[in-house]
Design a binder for this molecule. Structure first.
Ligand code: PMP
Ligand code: GLN
Length: 403
């Protein structure tokens, strides 16, 4: 049992293997496929922000920053949260800078869950949630997001959850509700009414809500992101997580943060200091600049992403997929069943070889196999010519299949 050299990995982490994003990016490289898999942009963030990081490095900001994060970044996060959502957080004690949202979420779960505690999570869930819950020895309780029927042909419905299912998922062992809105991969931005259902359950059952808001700025049409911490009674029991990667097109920088009441931040800090202690002062300083000075740039990114969403969604509809138009994020979900295929995972795995395009199968983010089975996620945070090339390839592939 256990620690042999042939299977040295602890049991609770077996089955996680390599992340689907790394696997599919490697497949794109091997096959020369257009990569609409892993969500990273192929253009750079705001120039002045990049320059700030370079200057900070040249200026000698190269040693450990303080564990909670550089004060200018904590102050900028507080100012941004206040200006945008009216939420007040003390930069000294209620904000913690992390190595991306990923570390924020892992450290929070490790800090707040005893072994055997349960975490309610929306499925499909972002892959690191499952791993972080497993690492903590906690247990995930998925609540499914399913599309609500849409009348229009070739347009899939918006994904949402059933409030009764949410309530039923909570037991005496539940410690956290782990939310993600705007949601990867479905593109749903939860409405105030939906968030109120979550808040009601959290308040009734005395739960902490951890909310991953990394796509907070990337919402489309008239959708606005609503942080659950703005609902009555929720600021006190919410750990809000965000990061710079998506907002400023710097996914490799891995600068994230949490905002929460001081006792929750202290708990997360206790764990975080032993995971990484701290990370890149130069990039923290540059992100502070971004939050204070580059919101117009972010607004331009938002509108350009909306156009690219429409471009890819139209293209995928031409290919014959049923397209679920996202309210936010980098991603659009296609339902492969109109092509006469019912297994989205097998389809996504064959696509790089057969069509020269990479997408991500949604089934791997679900415990209930039926929830994700017919869906493939495609990223539109790419240049127009890349999106067009992917669509051209998919159109020829679909024509070959029909022939
Ligand atoms: N949460 C979600 C929902 C994401 O999609 C991602 C990455 N795309 C992350 C967290 C990770 O964010 P970071 O790179 O800041 O760790
Ligand atoms: N968050 C990115 C996505 O959803 C991938 C990040 C990663 O590769 N871990 O595509």
């Amino acid at each position: 049992m256990g620690h042999t050299l042939s299977e040295p990995l602890v049991e609770r982490m077996r089955g996680f293997g390599t992340t689907i994003f790394a696997e599919m990016t490697a497949l794109a490289q091997q096959t020369g496929a257009v990569n609409l898999g892993q969500g990273f942009p192929d253009t750079d963030g705001p120039n002045a922000m990049l320059e700030q990081a370079v200057e900070a490095i040249r200026g000698g900001l190269n040693q450990y920053p303080p564990g909670p994060g550089l004060p200018p970044l904590r102050q900028a996060v507080a100012a941004h949260r206040k200006a945008r959502y009216g939420l007040t957080y003390d930069p000294d004690g209620e904000i913690l800078v992390t190595v991306g949202a990923t570390e924020a979420i892992s450290a929070t779960i490790l800090a707040l869950c005893e072994i055997g505690d349960e975490v309610v999570v929306l499925e499909p869930y972002y892959d690191s949630y499952a791993a972080a819950i497993a690492l903590a020895g906690a247990v995930r309780r998925p609540v499914s997001l399913r599309p609500v029927h849409s009348a229009a042909e070739q347009v899939g419905g918006r994904f949402t959850f059933d409030p009764d299912e949410l309530r039923a998922a909570v037991t005496d062992r539940t410690r956290l509700i782990l939310l993600n809105s705007p949601h990867n991969p479905t593109g749903t931005a939860l409405s105030v009414e939906e968030l109120q259902h979550v808040a009601d359950v959290a308040l009734d059952r005395d739960l902490v809500v951890v909310t991953d808001e990394v796509y907070e700025h990337l919402t489309f049409d008239d959708t606005r992101h609503v942080p659950i911490a703005t609902l009555p009674g929720m600021r006190e029991r919410t750990v809000s997580v965000s990061s710079a990667g998506k907002s400023f097109s710097v996914t490799g920088w891995k600068i994230g943060w949490i905002c929460a009441p001081a006792p929750l931040v202290r708990a997360v800090m206790t764990v975080k200091q032993f995971l990484t202690f701290t990370h890149s002062g130069a990039m923290q300083l540059a992100v502070a600049h971004g939050l204070l000075r580059e919101m117009e740039w972010v607004e331009a990114l938002r509108s350009s992403l909306q156009l690219r969403r429409d471009r890819l969604a139209d293209g995928l509809a031409t290919v014959g997929l049923t397209v679920h138009i996202p309210q936010a994020t980098y991603f659009v979900i296609g339902d492969v069943r109109p092509l006469g295929i019912d297994d989205g995972e097998a389809f996504a795995r064959s696509l790089p070889h057969e069509a020269g395009v990479v997408g991500i199968p949604v089934s791997g983010f679900c415990d209930n196999a039926d929830v994700g089975r017919p869906y493939v996620r495609f990223a539109f945070c790419k240049r127009d010519d890349v999106l067009d090339e992917a669509v051209d390839r998919l159109v020829s592939y679909a024509a070959r299949r029909r022939a």
